[in-house]
Design a protein. Structure first.
Ligand SMILES: Cc1cc2nc3c(=O)[nH]c(=O)nc-3n(C[C@H](O)[C@H](O)[C@H](O)COP(=O)(O)OP(=O)(O)OC[C@H]3O[C@@H](n4cnc5c(N)ncnc54)[C@H](O)[C@@H]3O)c2cc1C
Length: 396
């Protein structure tokens, strides 16, 4: 017995993209059903990104999700770039007419969105089992689920593939309909979450001859630190002592500043990849967020791009349902890709600037150091970084 449901937009994935899309559609009076493979608890505890661009903060506010963000988010008006045990501040707000970034964990955004969707009567189906997408080129595309609770069909007007980089939506589009653009990097990040209060107020991106390190925080009691490592790094070889020792080697500064140590709560390896699929739509399926593009985390763009995509998609769906206009849906991919490629460029640039490349020639190494010197000594260069870091204006 197959249970049958109808909705206007079937959304696969309850990450930032899927949940925000469902929320924005609800505000526009459009129905959706969200299908999520994992449990609610898993989604709410998955620690990933943590830097919100100004536009993402504004979006959370204007869609009624700013209360806890205002209370617990940490507004940063600058970041620091480190080189040779010295730090240089990039005054983001001063260089961008008052814009800033806010440190607020992705899982906190997810918690707020889930709570709000459920309070608004939203249909979120966690642990939904295997999902497959069908009839994408027809007027009535279809999502099928099969799991412990039986089989179901969700008949939709549109499908939003918000199921991340390993989801089922992108692979359900014929390969011949898509072009992919990809770059891999010869390193990864070893990231830790530590029960230690931040010993400084702003993020520190440190270039060191042993490899890049990032000092960041998630709350007044929790710090998040990263070390450049090999992509195939064996985490078992990294005792807590070894991690702290390497963090000190790379991050400690001549003026005496150093990270405060604390109990390591979580550690993991994050790969580095640049990936874009074009177009971000096929028939009546629209891809958003990591399902369509991946950026290396150095530019802090992944979650922000996911949110920007679904703003465009929700406005296009609003135009379809409220004004009977298909133009914005037809333009969805092109509008998103303009922003995606600028974020790709910036993330690639930050990654290339700050990491050590084992195969770098002496010329490449000198050029990299000159670029860091230019960035930390030129207001124009710093302004370009600041404009991109706080986020380019959202277009839709
Ligand atoms: C391990 C990891 C660490 C990261 N760390 C950082 C970082 O430190 N800094 C940074 O800036 N960015 C980071 N990112 C990037 C950032 O977190 C992502 O860009 C962001 O999560 C994108 O949101 P999304 O909603 O598009 O996708 P996701 O957050 O991936 O959400 C997709 C959702 O779809 C669900 N799903 C997948 N397949 C199916 C299926 N078949 N059926 C139903 N549901 C499905 C998943 O369970 C998930 O809940 C990280 C990403 C990863 C994967």
């Amino acid at each position: 017995m197959v249970a049958r449901f109808k909705t206007q937009v079937g959304i696969v994935g309850a990450g930032p993209a899927g949940l925000m899309l469902s929320h924005l559609l609800h505000l526009h009076g459009i129905d959706s059903i969200v299908l999520e493979a994992r449990s609610r608890q898993y989604c709410e505890e998955r620690v990933r990104a943590g830097v919100l661009e100004q536009g993402s903060v504004d979006l959370l506010h204007r869609s009624g999700l700013g209360t806890r963000l205002d209370r617990e988010g940490m507004r940063h008006e600058g970041i620091e770039i480190g080189l040779n045990r010295k730090r240089f501040r990039i005054p983001l707000s001063e260089l961008t007419g008052g814009k800033a970034v806010t440190v607020y964990g992705q899982h906190e955004v997810v918690k707020d969105l889930i709570a709000r969707r459920l309070a608004d009567g939203g249909d979120l189906r966690f642990e939904c089992g295997e999902v497959s997408a069908h009839c994408l080129e027809s007027e009535r595309p279809l999502l099928r689920t099969s799991g412990a609770s039986g089989e179901a069909e969700i008949h939709c007007d549109f499908i939003a593939g918000c199921d991340g980089s390993h989801g089922v939506c992108r692979p359900s589009i014929p390969v011949s309909a898509l072009s992919t653009y990809e770059r891999s990097y010869p390193f990864a990040w070893l990231g830790i979450l530590a029960a230690a209060p931040p010993s400084r107020g702003e993020l520190l991106y440190m270039h060191h001859e042993r490899g890049f390190a990032l000092y960041s925080m998630r709350s007044p009691a929790i710090t998040r630190l990263y070390l450049q490592c090999r992509p195939d790094e064996d985490l078992d070889q990294w005792s807590d002592d070894r991690i702290w020792s390497e963090l000190h080697t790379r991050l400690d500064c001549d003026d005496g500043w150093q990270p405060i140590e604390g109990r390591i709560l979580q550690k993991g390896i994050t790969g580095m990849r640049s990936f874009v699929v074009e177009p971000m739509q096929f028939g009546r399926m629209f891809l958003a967020g990591d399902a369509a593009h991946i950026v290396p985390p150095t530019g802090a763009k992944g979650m922000n791009l996911a949110l920007a995509d679904v703003v465009v998609l929700s406005e296009a769906l609003r135009a379809y349902y409220k004004k009977n206009s298909t133009g914005p849906l037809d333009r969805y991919s092109n509008v998103c890709l303009r922003r995606v490629w600028k974020a790709q460029r910036f993330s690639w640039w930050m990654t290339s600037l700050l990491h050590c490349f084992e195969d770098a020639s002496p010329f490449d190494r000198r050029r990299q150091l000159a670029e860091l010197d230019y960035l930390t000594g030129s207001r124009a260069a710093a302004a370009s970084l600041a404009e991109n870091y706080v986020g380019l204006t959202m277009e839709f």
